[in-house]
Design a protein around this ligand. Sequence first.
Ligand code: HEM
Ligand SMILES: [Cu+2]
Length: 559
Amino acid sequence: MQTAKSPTLKDQANKVMGISKEDAVLTKTYIIVAFTALLLGGILGLLQGLNRSGLLELPSWLNYYQVLTAHGLLLVVVLTAFFTIGYFYASLSHTLGGLLPKVRKIAWIGFGMKIVGFILCIVPILMNEASVMYTFYPPMAAHPAFYIGLVFIALGVWMCCIGAFINVANWRKNNKGQHVPILAYFATGVFILLFFALIPVAIEVLTIIPWAFGWVETINVMVARTLFWAFGHTLVNIWYLTAVSAWYVVVPKIIGGRRWSDTLTRVVIIALVVMNITGGFHHQIIDPGISEAVKFMHVFMSLAIGFPSLMTAFAMFAVFERTARKQGGKGLIGWYKKMPWGDVRFLAPFIAMVAFIPAGAGGIAQSTNQLDQVVHNTMWIVGHFHLTLGMSVVMTFFGISYWLVPYISKRVLTPQINRLGVIQTWIWTIGMIFMSGAMHWVGLLGSPRRTSYTTYGDNATALSWDPYLMCLAVGGTLLIIGVILQVYAVVNMMFFAPKGETEFPIAEEEENATKTPYWTERWGLWIVVMLLVVAMAYVIPLTEFIVNAPPGSPPFKTW
Ligand code: HEM
Ligand SMILES: [Cu+2]
């Protein structure tokens, strides 16, 4: 649907017709890729879990690190990126009165580039020529095709960022002086972050390619790692911000409530955009060659991201309580009975939010130099990101799927699929408690991450890990059941559920809400502030790494 000038006409048109067919197909395709990645990545995850607990020996043609690389790439890049883009393009379409035809075209070109890129990555992985994990740290070197694939993926995502910017700018031109609708505002924040986060990793990959081809002999490992994490850390926070958008905007509607302060929501988005990229250094807290002063500054910068998260936690529980009380909920905490526990569209994101409490606490521990000495590169870390990403983010995505997929497919969520979703949510929750809990614990006992099964010559310490690794395998088995149920639900809702109209749930503001100040719309200013913060964080250490560069490293194939 083309953008109409009058908002009321546009709104009416949207109500009558729902999403246009072209916009729906775009989001559907992105969602199909996302859930295919979940299925494949989940199966690989199970293989890893069974291998690590000593229950499964991988065949000689399938290396543990090959599996791990594909698992990471499929789940931390493909599932998340495709879901986020599909979801936000549907949001832009819905809230801005349809995508512009040229924007849709850009998103399709971006789709094609990402798929080409992904194939270029996956082929060398399958050939065991690129078992470098999704972090591809030099001096481990993959087949050059792997890096060229990454370039295509980055270009494809950039296309989608630009498409989103064009659509939002067009809306702003036609609606001068108005605030961008809240979900489109979230989308703007997310695509700005993606746009800028991809710059450092693109520079990294462009320096790796000539080295991987052998045209350049050595590479500066510290610079590469730093550029990677400026991106990698931001990326996971982008997925988090995507989940947060549903918490603020969608969940209140589903429980029959209203949105928390519009101003606060927009401030949280701005804060997350401005402060994110600088968080990357906490992944290098144990790295040598970084001065203490720089590490100290980065502890502060990492913890700063905790603030908007705490604001979110406060806002969410305030919305729950206020809504429940309006519906007659009583007592200090007795109001929780009024929540729609049987509705998967609420239950899944709710548990996802709760999971962020231990997940965030673990993150704060890891940002602390002394505490991180204990858990760095152990299974603890793997436990941590299966909580943050595998629970908080992915489970919110699951929750979103129960209305987004029917919405784009012009079908409805049936009570049966809702029930299946509730069961799926509990299986996933229990599976993740087992798996992530075991990972955290066995990590504290010293079990390393990214290491295939070994007893280190029947060393007593290593043998003591076994019971925990067995728990990990139990959790992983439950999770794969969860994956299958979830994929089944998506396929059903997309192709088989009864036809009908499903609402795109967006909560209204409180009636007595104060007017949101217009400075929240000044993205130009926020981008400048963000770039200043990034410069403050990175210029000094990167200059140090380059000026005082150690002899660079030739490529290694460690597998
Ligand atoms: C069926 C569900 C899953 C199982 C059984 C599973 C299991 C595992 C195991 C055992 C490891 C690695 C251990 C090691 O370091 O040696 C791992 C790593 C990882 N998992 Fe999962 N996982 C599952 C789902 C997910 C999901 C949903 C995500 C994210 C969306 C995810 C993201 C990752 C990442 C990023 C790594 C790190 C890869 C690396 O170290 O390079 N996993 N997973
Ligand atoms: Cu991080």
